[in-house]
Design a protein around this ligand. Structure first.
Ligand code: C2E
Ligand code: CA
Ligand code: CA
Ligand code: CA
Length: 279
């Protein structure tokens, strides 16, 4: 924790110094990570609860650092956001994910949607709509095969500007989902105005469904509200058959989590899809 000096002067504890030294080292190393091809994408299946089929995947970025080993996005995405590197990293993620979607499409795999996480800075970047239009047109893919996952905080500062960006995405057919829904600050009136296709129920509500009556009530309320507003729901972090049964019973459309599959390399996902397709 932050220690208070005698004169009220704040200084950093040794632990905080070590943390910020690592953050600084990672910021510098991240600059070279892209050109050295140290970033990769894993894909986690999104399962349609009506049919049990894999109907989409979420792209999740990984950083394989040669000395420090695997560094998770929970650590390096905030660093990239603070240093501004998130824009180029996010562009690489989008390009790579859409190119992968195109490869699966060309291999004749069952149709999938590709969900990609966007940071707030990326969402607000003036070139984003054009980049997306180019990627889709370049690969000949319809917009509705791409889903952009946004968190509620993209709209905090300027809801009007956010609504305009969402309109531009929507005009291209691209779908927008609210990630980690229920953990942020979005107001219900905003939600109605935004072009939101899907709410992703945060895994913190799913985790304790078995024994927490409040979490059950929250999940039911989110699903009902989505239905009333014409939106879909995807539950995140589904790990047990009991969680799955509850969500299905309540009318949740899709689910994602270790119960089905962990995030995996493209080749493994292809394998899983091919198997599902032959059944
Ligand atoms: P998220 O978008 O909420 O992604 C879900 C996270 O939960 C992923 O962690 C996923 O691996 C993990 N997960 C999936 N199923 C389960 C489960 O059943 N149980 C548990 N305990 N966890 C599960 P991951 O891959 O470490 O990503 C962490 C966060 O980093 C993501 O949270 C997202 O906010 C961010 N992130 C990942 N990739 C990108 C990216 O390409 N761009 C941006 N801007 N953010 C990204
Ligand atoms: Ca996500
Ligand atoms: Ca999430
Ligand atoms: Ca999250």
């Amino acid at each position: 924790a932050k220690a208070e000096g005698r004169n009220g002067y704040r200084f950093f504890s040794p632990r905080m110094q070590a943390q910020s030294a690592r953050a600084l080292a990672l910021t510098n190393a991240l600059r070279r990570a892209l050109e050295r091809e140290q970033l990769t994408l894993l894909y986690q299946p999104q399962v349609c609860l009506n049919t049990g089929a894999i109907c989409g995947v979420e792209a999740l970025v990984r950083w394989n650092h040669p000395e420090l080993g695997a560094i998770g996005p929970a650590e390096f995405i905030p660093i990239a956001e603070n240093s501004g590197q998130i824009v180029v990293i996010g562009e690489w993620v989008l390009r790579t994910a859409v190119a992968q979607l195109k490869r699966w499409h060309d291999q004749g795999l069952p149709p999938l949607t590709m969900a990609v996480n966007l940071s707030a800075a990326q969402f607000r970047h003036p070139q984003l709509p054009e980049l997306i239009a180019q990627l889709l047109a370049g690969h000949g893919l319809p917009g509705d095969r791409l889903e952009l996952e946004l968190t509620e905080n993209v709209a905090i500062d300027d809801p009007e500007a956010a609504a305009q960006i969402m309109d531009r995405m929507h005009a291209q057919g691209v779908r927008l989902s609210v990630d980690d829904f229920g953990t942020g600050y979005s107001s219900l009136s905003q939600l109605k105005r935004f072009r939101i296709h899907r709410l992703k129920i945060d895994q913190s509500f799913v985790r304790d469904l078995g024994h927490d009556g409040n979490d059950r009530a929250i999940v039911i309320a989110i699903i009902r509200m989505a239905q009333a507003l014409g939106m879909r729901t995807t539950a995140e972090g589904v790990e047990t058959p009991a969680q799955l049964a509850f969500l299905r019973e309540q009318g949740c459309e899709e689910a994602q989590g270790y119960h089905f599959a962990k995030p995996m390399p493209a080749a493994a996902l292809q394998e899983a899809l091919g198997r599902a397709g032959r059944h």
